[in-house]
Design a protein around this ligand. Structure first.
Ligand code: PEP
Ligand code: MG
Length: 584
């Protein structure tokens, strides 16, 4: 018999309804709990440790066999090194010694010892030993999962359709998840513009974040209904709730039918103003969704997702193959390939970069690339070679001023010269753009506009850096206001600098997919909107029902207002008048 219905309220970040059983996800890098133990518990902890090592060994052997059958014994032999870790006497003896001396629970002691081993190896300048550090890391996670009795299944290996519940889901988790099996996401923390939320929208997976302690209140196998539109998770939904949601789903289906019928129509206002409507992608697998959505190409390809969760950096060849697949499948439309935006909330799993106190203000994006010309050049060469197809543009993220732009352009020119020398084909006149997402870039936008072919405003970061509000921190989410007058002025300044210098300007931050704000963005004069593929049809419908003159009147009215809430309310009024059915 099902239990009492319980409702958890959070923030809906990807629309839609999901029903299913709970898969409780624990990130692999979650710290194991730390607990003091008595003398009397030592023997039990040792026994737990032995059982976990045996279980881990069995799992590795099983995986090795599966891989040997699927792709051959050679690839499966990489697990030999993992087996050596579970059998390593020095490591095991040190864990036992520390356990008896320090008297903490064994998962804590084991993690401490194993992480120290891995760290020492990773710091030695020897590729073989660095590989061993990864092996230790992998096996440590597995042993700890076994000690904690957690499923060894991860988001990439779950094999039943389930609703994923977690304290947090990182962009790396989402980069490799098994998308057929994830019905919805529900997390304790998170925000609308975190890359996890962005990924959920791209994948069309309903998601609710900011649910506080939902991951502690739900158990694996619980029945839940997740409402990504209204930001709610309902445990044990009653028959009445299920009926209500059945009705809502029927209405949504109708709206979806209307939206699907717009696929081949143009995003033009009733009085004939066309705004280019493109889609953002994170992985090549997203391209079919872009085509289905009826977008005019890809306005932002976040290439860094291809770098997450990999043991090695993808080579130039691997990148070339990937970018080429994307560019070919979107032809005759074009793709804007953004160069790596690592850092912030997206980190390489294998890099041993120093941890930063303020990663969003640290060595992120173009700063990381200029610091690592080897990585930057491999990517630029791969993009340039792809440009031979004729539908590729390049975009640099997080440009903060002219000298940074010039440095990046210099690296691009070096890559072009190398390819010319090698006789490799590429588009000499490839269009180059930059993201406008740092306030300093807006203030010098006229100078930047003279050196590039287009701008794309990254409102996610522009808002975070302008209002000084961490985009992934749910405690201050109320301060994250896209309609803050300062943001509107910055967008207006960017548009005017771009147009004065004869270049086009788009918006590729999440604001572009917020249909409440479409009238405002049109009035601010942007030439392109690039949103998650799942949101593109809604934005198209919004544009098609709006009147450009009415949008301009809205902007005039808003100029007299100085509160973000009032401005938002005015936008909502206009949106509700034109497309209320899309807002509910
Ligand atoms: C942005 O900052 O608005 C943007 C589109 O880039 P990202 O979300 O990847 O930082
Ligand atoms: Mg950004």
């Amino acid at each position: 018999m099902s239990g009492q219905e319980v409702r958890f309220h959070g923030v809906g970040v990807a629309p839609g309804i999901a029903r299913g059983i709970v898969f409780l996800h624990h990130p692999d890098d979650e710290e194991p709990p730390k607990r003091r133990i008595d003398d009397s518990e030592v023997a039990r902890e040792i026994a737990r440790f032995e059982t976990a090592l045996i279980a881990t060994r069995a799992q590795i052997l099983e995986m090795q066999q599966r891989i040997a059958e699927a792709i051959g014994a050679k690839d499966a032999s990489i697990f030999d090194a993992h087996l050596l870790v579970v059998e390593d006497r020095t490591l095991i003896d040190e864990v036992l010694r520390n356990l008896e001396r320090e008297k903490f629970n064994v998962e804590f002691v084991f993690a401490e010892v194993a992480n120290r081993y891995a760290r020492t190896l990773s710091e030695i300048d020897d590729p073989y030993l660095r590989e061993r550090a990864f092996d230790i890391h992998d096996v440590t996670r597995r042993v700890i999962r076994n000690l904690l009795g957690r499923s060894t299944k991860t988001l990439s290996t779950i094999d039943l359709p389930q609703v994923v519940v977690a304290h947090n889901i990182t962009p790396s988790d989402t980069a490799t998840l098994n998308r057929q099996m994830v019905l919805g996401f529900a997390t304790d923390v998170g925000s609308r513009t975190s890359h996890t939320a962005i990924m959920a929208r791209s994948l069309n997976i309903p998601a609710v974040v900011g649910l506080k302690d939902v991951s502690q209140r739900l158990r694996p196998g619980d029945h839940v209904l997740l409402d990504g539109t209204n930001g709610m998770v309902i445990l044990n939904p009653s028959d009445h709730t299920l009926w209500e949601y059945g009705e809502i789903e029927l209405k949504l289906e109708h709206v979806e039918e209307v939206l699907t019928s717009l696929r081949d129509t143009s995003s033009t206002t009733v009085d004939g103003r066309h705004v280019i409507l493109s889609a953002n992608i994170e992985l090549p697998e997203d391209v079919p969704l872009v085509l289905e959505a009826g977008a005019e190409g890809i306005g932002l390809y976040r290439t860094e997702f291809f770098f997450l969760n990999k043991n090695d950096l993808p080579s130039e060849e691997e990148q070339y193959a990937t970018y080429r697949t994307v560019a070919e499948s979107i032809l005759p439309q074009s793709v804007i390939i953004r160069t790596l935006d690592l850092g912030g909330d997206k980190f390489l799993s294998h890099s041993h970069l120093p941890t930063e106190i303020n990663p969003f203000l640290g060595c992120r994006a173009i700063r990381f690339c200029l610091d690592r010309p080897d990585i930057f050049k491999a990517q630029l060469r791969a993009i340039l070679r792809t440009s031979a197809l004729g539908n590729v543009r390049i975009m640099f993220p997080m440009i903060s001023g002219l000298s940074e732009l010039r440095q990046a352009k210099e690296v691009l020119e070096t890559c072009k010269a190398e390819l010319r020398e090698e006789g490799a084909a590429f588009a000499e006149e490839i269009e180059l753009g930059i993201m406008i997402e740092v306030p300093s870039a807006v203030l010098v936008a006229d100078a930047l506009a003279r050196e590039v072919d287009f701008f794309s405003i990254g409102t996610n970061d522009l808002i975070q850096y302008t209002i000084a509000v961490d985009r992934v921190n749910e405690r201050i989410a109320h301060l994250y206001e896209p309609t803050h007058p300062a943001i509107l002025r910055l967008i207006e300044m960017t548009v005017s600098a771009a147009h004065a210098n004869g270049i086009w300007v788009g918006v590729c931050g999440e604001m572009a997919g917020e249909i409440t704000l479409t009238p405002l963005l049109l009035a601010l004069g942007v030439d392109e909107l690039s949103a998650s593929a799942g949101l593109v049809p809604r934005v198209k419908k919004a544009v098609q029902t709006l009147d450009n003159k009415e949008c301009s009147r809205l902007l005039e009215e808003i100029r007299g207002l100085d509160s973000a809430t009032e401005i938002l309310a005015r936008c909502e009024e206009v949106a509700r008048r034109h497309y209320a059915e899309l807002l509910n």
